[in-house]
Design a protein around this ligand. Structure first.
Ligand code: DUC
Ligand code: ZN
Ligand code: ZN
Length: 482
């Protein structure tokens, strides 16, 4: 393929001779793009005025949608180290073109909290994005204000059963949020862990001077996640509400999800790449802090059940919970040629409760799932597209604008080289942090060209996007339950 000329007018683009891969099928076809949209799909298309991309031997996916990221989020006396520009850029390099981030409830009103978040994101965003609203403090006024979020393009609410005294709502409050969401066609998202047990076990661990990273997992028991998923689903049933369980990490959680869906509750589940590959053993390593996030890494058996759930369709969505921190925030890295250091995991060197919770992952998601999911026969190419793009688009009310290769859809497109072999790691990943969990892993299959609304943002490791080109995507209520 010829190198792209950056100054050339590329409003009309023809992608030729690739295999179009959607959640339903794989077909050889050409694809024509005009003014940010897909306008024609079919065999042997011809357009004299179009810039032609030869995609022979390549697969064409809809751009990835990561439904769960935390950008520029202040927490644990620091801030997550990717912002809307650096996180969006890393996402694009990995084949993701839309992110859904969470608005912290920092202001008196929900509207003011959203305005603050939109204001800081708009000049930095380099790929498209939508927002979920965290509800971490509830009173009558907040409850009444929830439906008006729809006017701000927000149709999803996140609640927490853990982080006592900070983010957690009581069960009765969660029930009230769910009822309000259900009444207005909104979707509640749940962080399912048992907050009270975590508090007690943490106090006991610290009193016994158990301060190493593995105690992060030991104080957040697996039964607590399974119990909280069960409780969340029961509350959703009571409220006749739809529910999305974020970051499932245990076999018990999957079992509860399956049981709830089996009796007709409108509940859906997400897992994240790290829970498929890593275990508590990683927290026992000298650099175990790199794996500290909530909920924590569990066992090989949990990894396997989660893989099986992806393969059987028991879990509907793969997010990342991307919330990166430096491993050693005292040492600068070079980012776009400039040194930068942001306090990170070293803050908890002497006390696991002070390790910022979170992992990098937004750029890893597609390449890692392709190699170890499709490449090893655990999931099909259709399931790959469904899990990383089409299902999140449907669940979060973005479909078919996003998550689809259809006439009229945004031209968010990944041209994927299934033959490309690389040794993955921090250099490829592009996250603004000093480590990658998949360092040194051999991957087969990688994005070659990534388009955001018809504009090429990545081509062969070259970044062609810029801050400000990403747009906020308002969503409408009553999205699909899948
Ligand atoms: N878990 C994390 O590890 N980080 C951010 C938020 C969350 O729920
Ligand atoms: Zn969470
Ligand atoms: Zn999260």
């Amino acid at each position: 393929m010829a190198e792209f000329e950056e100054d050339r007018d590329m409003r009309n683009l023809l992608i030729c001779d690739g295999i179009i891969v959607t959640a339903e099928r794989s077909i050889p076809a050409d694809l024509f793009i005009e003014n940010e949209k897909i306008t024609e799909i079919g065999p042997s298309l011809e357009r004299k005025d179009a810039y032609v991309i030869d995609a022979q031997g390549k697969l064409i996916f809809p751009g990835g949608i990561d439904p769960h990221v935390h950008l520029d989020l202040p927490m644990f006396d620091t801030i997550s180290s990717d912002d809307y520009y650096t996180g969006g850029k890393a996402a694009a390099f990995g084949g993701t073109t839309t992110l859904l981030d969470f608005v912290p409830q920092t202001q008196q009103t929900l509207k003011a909290s959203v305005d603050v978040w939109k204001e800081k994101s708009k000049s930095r965003a380099c790929i498209d994005y939508g927002l979920h609203m965290n509800i971490t403090r509830l009173d009558e006024k907040i409850l009444d204000e929830i439906p008006a979020l729809i006017d701000q393009g927000i149709t999803t609410l996140k609640v927490f059963m853990a982080y006592n005294g900070r983010l957690r709502l009581q069960d009765g409050e969660i029930l009230r949020v769910m009822r309000q969401a259900a009444a207005h066609g909104m979707l509640t998202m749940l962080h399912a862990e048992n907050g009270d047990s975590i508090e007690l076990l943490t106090q006991e661990a610290l009193a016994n001077k158990n301060t190493s990273p593995e105690w992060h997992a030991l104080t957040r028991p697996a039964w607590g996640a399974a119990e909280a998923v069960l409780r969340g689903i029961a509350l959703a049933e009571e409220a006749a509400a739809a529910l999305y369980i974020v970051h499932l990490n245990t076999a018990g959680g999957v079992e509860q999800l399956q049981s709830g869906r089996g009796r007709g509750v409108r509940v859906m589940g997400e897992t994240c790449p790290a829970y498929l590959y890593f275990t508590m053993e990683h927290l026992r390593r000298e650099d175990g802090a790199k794996w500290v996030c909530s909920p924590p890494m569990r066992s090989r058996a949990d990894n396997q059940v989660l893989w099986q759930a992806l393969s059987d369709g028991k879990i509907q969505s793969l997010g990342t919970d991307h919330c990166p921190f430096f491993y050693d925030g005292n040492k600068a890295i070079l980012y776009e040629g400039k040194p930068i250091a942001i306090p990170g995991k070293e803050l908890g060197e002497k006390d696991f409760t002070k390790i910022p919770n979170g992992l990098p992952g937004v750029g890893d998601r597609l390449p890692i799932l392709w190699t170890f999911g499709v490449g090893q026969g655990k999931i099909s190419a259709q399931q790959f597209v469904a899990l990383t793009s089409t299902n999140p688009a449907k669940i979060f009310g973005l479909y078919p604008k996003k998550g689809a290769l259809k006439v009229g859809s945004d031209a968010d497109i990944v041209i994927w080289d299934p033959e490309r072999t690389i040794t993955y790691g921090v250099e490829y990943a592009q996250h603004r942090t000093d480590y990658n969990l998949f360092e040194g892993w051999e991957l087969v299959g990688y994005p070659e060209t990534v388009l955001l609304r018809g504009k090429i943002v990545v081509h062969k490791e070259k970044w062609m996007g810029k801050a400000g080109m990403g747009q906020f995507v308002p969503r409408i209520p009553n999205a699909e339950i899948i």
